[in-house]
Design a binder for this molecule. Sequence first.
Ligand SMILES: [Zn+2]
Length: 298
Amino acid sequence: MNLSCQSCGAQLVVETTLRTTTCPYCAAPSVVERPPTPDRPRPTFALGFVQLPERARELARENLLRRSFWAPSSVRNASVEALRGIYVPAYLYSVLVRSEFSASIGENYTETETYTATENGRQVTRTRQVTRTEWRPLQGQHAEYVQEVLVTASSGLNNDELQHLEPFDLRQLRRYDDALIAGWIAEEPSLSQEQCLELARQEVRGHMKQRLAAFMPGDSHRELTFSTQFDNEALSVCLLPVWVLALRHDPKAPPLRFLVNGQTGAVHGKVPVSWVKVLVAVVLALLVLGALFLLFSK
Ligand SMILES: [Zn+2]
């Protein structure tokens, strides 16, 4: 059956037996049944779940919830029973990037410098080695085939969260088959292909900046600027296995989300700080300091 979250916009596909009234991404109790959407792109590839439910719950409990001493007790001791395995839609992107760049390249050389110093009240002449840099302009072109860039196509899980769960071992990719998602919750690509393409290009631009910086000759460089052209772009929908635990611990705050990579077991999630705990600790520390002060000042 097809479900839609009124809160985060995730378009879910679940078996009737897995029918849920709360969204597995945001824990909002506003999941409604929706008609099928035939125009959504079908997945081409998928990665299967490797981490089993028990292991995923243990990782979520030990490596995320219990990890932070400063977290509110309600979060540290929260139940991980609500952890759900979701096939999260993503786009797998590859592109030929052609860049034109210009930069100033610095070459270091050493020079012997003469200087005067005062020693025992007398002026003396000394020499020392100094490193100087000569700058020359450089312009050029760089071409690189970038592949296996993953960007989210989910409205439940943003690209930043996906990046924290990467890398996935894409050698395990297989052709998508409906049988794979039987018994799991799957999300249909909820973001448009144009939105995902823009995300992918942004990610590649960031990557190219580092690649070009590493590509520069000389001892150092400055004023690196570049423009990029994207050719032979290819995008295919790929389903990724992710365990998601959504908690609403504070009705006023946005829901907390804890993630376990369903393939590698990598975890991600931000635990809030309990200011009450911090305050109690500070007061205790001050009391101890005060007691020590009184003890030793007698
Ligand atoms: Zn939702």
